[in-house]
Design a protein around this ligand. Structure first.
Ligand code: SF4
Length: 123
């Protein structure tokens, strides 16, 4: 995981954010706005009430909105894919929606390519 704020599970199963050190930083990592913000914003504590979660996620997204590496972080979180936390201005649920749209789009492109080949083969 390359998030500037790394989550780990404590013994009770709670996600605990951990600030990463500088030894495994990548360039986008180094410039992350969340390195300077409250680590708890980006990962849910266990049994967080919905209203508190929504408020926390909005706060985290405000940090992301001014982050110079937002797109690199988002793409990383989508490619992994990262299952928890706010990454690149998106919650885990929002990333699932983006990934589902990408899969649908890729399927449509494959079907269009197949149809084009069939038309070409039919002469
Ligand atoms: S986009 Fe958000 S989560 Fe990603 S590095 Fe920037 S502040 Fe952190």
């Amino acid at each position: 995981m390359l998030h500037p704020i790394e989550a780990r599970l404590d013994e009770s199963g709670t996600h605990v954010p951990v600030q990463r050190g500088s030894t495994d930083d990548t360039p986008w990592h180094t410039n992350a706005a969340c390195r300077r913000d409250e680590a708890g914003l980006f990962f849910a504590p266990s049994k967080e009430p919905t209203a508190a979660r929504l408020a926390r996620e909005e706060q985290a997204k405000r940090v992301c909105a001014r982050c110079p590496v937002l797109m690199s972080c988002r793409e990383h979180a989508l490619l992994q894919p990262e299952p928890y936390g706010v990454w690149g201005g998106l919650t885990a649920a929002e990333r699932r929606v983006v990934l589902a749209r990408r899969r649908r789009r890729e399927q449509e492109l494959r079907e269009a390519a197949r149809a084009t080949r069939q038309i070409a083969a039919a002469g």
